[in-house]
Design a binder for this molecule. Sequence first.
Ligand code: CTP
Length: 478
Amino acid sequence: MRKLTQEDLTHLLDQKIFHLISEVADGLGMECYVVGGYVRDLFLERPSKDIDVVTVGSGIRLARAVAARLGAGAHLSVFNHFGTAQVKFHGHEVEFVGARKESYSHDSRKPVVEDGTLEDDQNRRDFTINALAVCLNRARFGELVDPFDGLWDLEDRLIRTPLDPDVTFSDDPLRMMRCVRFATQLNFYIDEETFEALERNRERIAIISRERVADELNKIMMAPTPSKGFVELSRCGLLPLIFPELAALEGVKKVNGRGHKDNLYHTLEVLDNVCLRSDNLWLRWAALLHDIGKPRTRRFDPVAGWTFHNHDFVGAKMVPEIFRKMKLPMNEKMKYVQKLVGLHMRPIVIADEEVTDSAVRRLLFEAGDDIEDLMMLCEADITSKNVQRKRRFLDNFRLVREKLVDLEERDRIRNFQPPVTGEEIMAVFGLKPCREVGVLKAAVKDAILDGVVPNEHDAAYAYLLRRAEELGIKPVAP
Ligand code: CTP
């Protein structure tokens, strides 16, 4: 965090837009402040485009006057219902709102709103670090108003509510997710009293829409070390409420003194490993869900110990169910996650056994363009503390990767289109769409993937005729 003096703040706000708001507000005799995330991010040196301005009076009135002063380059949107207005100007988005006082009823996030003072407005905010305000009026330009010592909390890296946390969280339970999200994004600690209120108020999360919860989860996922957020969610008891399938991974079962690894902590390690190498949100989701089928497939065998047979397959089947429930997109992103979850054991099996051309070719065929992401996930999945075992897997993965490059160059399997089509098969043998067409087509595909036949039309056609003859299917006369 940077230490900012009043002079520094004045300097940082020395932009045309702030001076203009200042002049307009002074002209109208209105008190006005920059507040919230923008101020917090100035201290944290995080880039931030969205500016929130609070005025003691009507935010809409101030916004109209600012937009009028900016002239043609500005775009004004007024939200009468919320008493707010937004001005867009050269890439800036400035949100204007009148200072308000809010009171909440128990079963809703929608408050009763009254006009208030700056202090009322700061009181109703979620965290001390989000309640900082800097005055824009000329006489006090750059003056920081920090009634809850938010600046100290920024220095101490602490997330703390300005008021009694039970009130802040019960008023708007989404703030419980925001609390964990900010702690994760900023790598801050959650203050003890605030944390205890998370535990006490967790059931209130039920009144928050799944979209909003998913939004916060995605922000946690995009943080540099998302495991931190999931550990906090688990510690305070929110995880089973918002994501029971993930919570079910936690814990170690023991039979005859034999336990398995804790699959939640393993999963989080894999997730963090992936995050070191990729910003792809959906690859991160694939890492989070790669072992999601384990609780449903866990068995104890007196000889083999704990097994999770088919957890990849069961996990892949759970992906659409989870995405639908959590209001995540049911589109190609979900399909991608599902595919990676379903395939995540394949490179390990190949690397554990013999790395044959045929196995690698099949993997390439099924993963297609997502092969690189799949390999990244699988490498991240090697969390063994046994150095030799880890080395062996990673060495074999290198071999798989070399073969992938080699085979791709030779056979172009990645976006495999069978060189002999179903139509051609029907025409050659005078068949209508039927089982035999499928059998012949699959035979040609398998022969190519097994390396029996090159990935070329003429060779594949000759193989087709041979195979058909063996099956007693005759070509029609030309
Ligand atoms: N706020 C709040 N309670 C919420 C949401 C927002 O008190 N549930 C307040 C906070 O003071 C916050 C400000 O409104 O700083 C703006 O909210 P928002 O734009 O959602 O958050 P930022 O803090 O700007 O952070 P981010 O953009 O990362 O969400």
